[in-house]
Design a protein around this ligand. Sequence first.
Ligand SMILES: Cc1cc2nc3c(=O)[nH]c(=O)nc-3n(C[C@H](O)[C@H](O)[C@H](O)COP(=O)(O)OP(=O)(O)OC[C@H]3O[C@@H](n4cnc5c(N)ncnc54)[C@H](O)[C@@H]3O)c2cc1C
Length: 480
Amino acid sequence: MSTNWDVIIVGAGSAGIPAAIFAGRRGARVLLVEADNRIGGTLHWSSGQISAAGTRVQKELGIEDSAQEHYDDAQRIVGGGIDPVLGRLAIDNAADTLDWLMNNGFELDPSTPTAGLAHEPYRTRRYCWGVNKAISILDVLRPLLMTEVDRGSVDLRLETTFTGVVRGDGGAVTGITVRTKDGAEETHRTSNVVLTTGGYAASPELWAKLTPHAPLRSHCNPFARGDGIVAAQAIGAKVDGGERFLCTFAGVMDDPADPLSTMLCLQLAPQLRVPWEIYVNTSGKRFVREDHASVDHREHALLAQDEMRMYIVFDEGIRQNAPPVDILHGREGMIERLGAHPSYLKAGTIAELAQQAGLDAATLEGTIARYNAAVDSGNDPEFGRQTMIRRIEKPPFHAISAVGCTVVSPGGITANGALQVIGTDGAPIPHLYAAGEILGFARLSGGGFVGGMSLMPAMTFGRLLGQSLLEWEGARDAAE
Ligand SMILES: Cc1cc2nc3c(=O)[nH]c(=O)nc-3n(C[C@H](O)[C@H](O)[C@H](O)COP(=O)(O)OP(=O)(O)OC[C@H]3O[C@@H](n4cnc5c(N)ncnc54)[C@H](O)[C@@H]3O)c2cc1C
């Protein structure tokens, strides 16, 4: 088997697969290495929500939109901070990516495009997803990739772990090293190395280095270990943006000692479930208007709390009458967990509940008394909460320990508009490219969350690399 390739792509996820498909179609001999025993990467985990403006679907629905409006709207949502070069590259080319998916059988959820809800809404309907979350995307990408594998243009190596970038005497990248599933060490040579290994939210060590101010509680692909970031940094790539973290509101740790055990099990969007509970911080005090419509507002409020931790406090009356706040485990699952799981507390008195949570009993009692008075008067002078359905008074009392968490990692390696990796000296590292979350979530989404701005840029950048940005001898024009 040849160890010389036109293109080497590291990681078969949302960015790597389109890069391989399009490079293969242009006649490249592509090596695609993947550490997992399956392709898809984070597509197996992701909600699959993507955004694009000026798409065929929008036109068919009479929605007027443009890339400029999408870009301006995205910057508005996060108060600026999206990389102007990469942000434009992603947004200007997103419609072509969605149209390409649609041409190849992408099954759009009929309720979309929408302005969105999971994150701050867009001003218009440009946010969409497939009927089967991100698996609908993988269902499109897999057969297209396998066509290239079958015709020999892409050599897909599963369970093959990338271990480093090789550089020549002049500093240009000349290949990569890998470890095969049999433990053999191999070197593969090329003049186009594309790193698409994803983020680092599954690596407590790298998280502590790049995002030290925020405790890691993640729900993500276990291969999101930041291997590509570490390898690129080792040869001089500039890594930044790790401090631009905003937590997701909120998850529950299945094992409080394991940062990777975070479950996204709660329904805390007031538009989908009006909160019956109160949220208190580690001081036993409320810190946010629980029914505030802006998720960005609630996320920033939680980010500012000690340990990004909150307790969702309620009583037996709420437990019996409210739709369950834990939508993953449901009513029965919550009953099983309360008092039996370390993150689900249950006590006969408020003081006892406070003691279990490590809160000051008098403070929690005072917080609940003030909230009950607000329920009675219909006026919440502290936070202006609008919906206060019932008092918290009937034992047993309950609390779910929830935390600000993440599904992505904010920092990453820097790249220019040709997706060439940039070194700490400000110059491109010859023959080294990158796409996807390895570039840092914050680069495309600023210091907040813009709907669909991780997955769509990942696919778009992969497509652009394969279609036009990578060059090799004998490269053909891109085909649809
Ligand atoms: C629960 C969840 C929900 C999400 N929802 C959304 C959403 O709705 N919208 C959105 O825009 N984004 C969302 N995201 C984020 C988005 O899905 C990811 O940012 C995106 O899929 C990342 O794509 P990628 O190609 O960069 O990385 P990945 O898809 O993670 O692919 C990287 C690949 O590289 C492989 N790899 C890693 N290290 C090595 C190595 N050393 N050698 C070989 N291979 C390696 C991995 O196994 C993986 O297959 C979500 C993420 C999660 C976890």
